[in-house]
Design a protein around this ligand. Structure first.
Ligand code: GLU
Length: 312
């Protein structure tokens, strides 16, 4: 079981020695919508069905002022009937850990400063099969003089990238066939000094003892980067289950502007929490159970759909 959290803000660590926990890790950018809630229900059910600890982590690395959204998200998760072990983790307290990981990669000779703007990257020539935005390696092999020259023309520090040498990483997933992802040189620290999500999530999952990552399948394409970072930091790689997203009627990722999509919105329409859980359970090809516990009791991952749910 988790240690009690200290009020100094250093998050509790749960079983980091054996890396078994499942987790849900929302970004506190607004109220959770039905797609987020459905992913949370699944992450909880996957973990609890296997007797794993379950961690909730608010990924507030970008903006410390999002605490209110984070607190609201926790209330919504609790209202659904989800529970978690230990105190909630807030990523913003972990900057020292992220810096340590960046320093570790740098000491191993795996990083370089990058002076490119987004525009430079989009305009640079790239291999025909690389999607737009793939980093073409412009700054990978600059001499010290070239670096100084580039720094002189700008008023902000460089970003930091890892040198992946176009590594090919095999990604295995409980809901997707195995795939090989070809990496470009991933940013681990942005111009403004903020550690990048692909780095923080790997460090956080390690600190939280996570052995199972269940999240939206929009993150499947960046999983290879995270596996690479974990391996080069000497961190165990968790198992993954990327679950289908919830889309709006136009086929785009559901967003708050799509109408009555948050728990509060649904309750304001006269629905109950049981109605919301039953709708989510049905969309997941399970019988319309009305509590999270009843969903868990009936949970069978082999029944899960592999395609998105269009929320009307
Ligand atoms: N914080 C991310 C999000 O809300 C999820 C990160 C993850 O699950 O790895 O989209």
């Amino acid at each position: 079981m988790a240690e009690p959290i200290s009020t100094s803000g250093e998050p509790a660590r749960i079983g980091s020695s054996n890396h078994r926990a499942g987790r849900y890790a929302p970004s506190p950018s607004g109220a959770l919508h039905i797609g987020n809630l459905r992913t949370a229900l699944l992450a909880w059910a996957f973990a609890r069905a296997e007797g794993r600890p379950f961690v909730v982590r608010v990924e507030d690395i970008d903006d410390y002022k999002t605490r209110d959204f984070g607190l609201q998200q926790l209330e919504d998760l609790a209202a659904l009937g989800l529970d978690w072990d230990g105190e909630v983790v807030w990523s913003s307290y972990r900057h020292a850990h992220y810096q340590q990981a960046i320093d570790q990669l740098t000491s191993a000779g795996l990083t370089y400063p990058c002076y490119c703007s987004r525009k430079d990257i989009l305009e640079a020539p790239r291999a025909p099969h690389d999607p737009p935005g793939t980093y073409p390696g412009t700054c990978a092999n600059l001499t010290e003089d070239e670096r100084a020259e580039r720094q002189a023309t700008r008023d902000r520090p460089p970003a930091i990238r890892v040198r992946t040498n176009r590594a090919q990483v095999e990604v295995t997933d409980r809901l997707h066939p195995p795939q090989v992802q070809v990496l470009d040189d991933v940013v681990i620290q942005r111009f403004d000094g903020t550690p990048a999500y692909n780095l923080t999530v790997v460090v956080d999952d390690h600190l939280d003892g996570v052995g199972q990552v269940v999240r939206g399948d929009d993150l499947l394409p960046v999983t290879g980067r995270q596996i690479w970072l974990a391996r080069h930091l000497g961190i165990p790689v968790p198992e993954y289950a990327h679950v289908p997203l919830v889309l709006n009627q136009a086929g785009q990722r559901l967003a708050k502007r799509d109408g009555a999509v948050t728990l509060a919105d649904r309750l304001a329409l006269g629905e109950t929490v049981g109605d919301v859980i039953a709708a989510m359970a049905t969309s997941l090809h399970h019988s319309p159970t009305r509590t999270a516990q009843a969903f868990l009791d009936a949970f069978n991952p082999t029944l899960l759909p592999r395609t998105p749910w269009v929320f009307a």
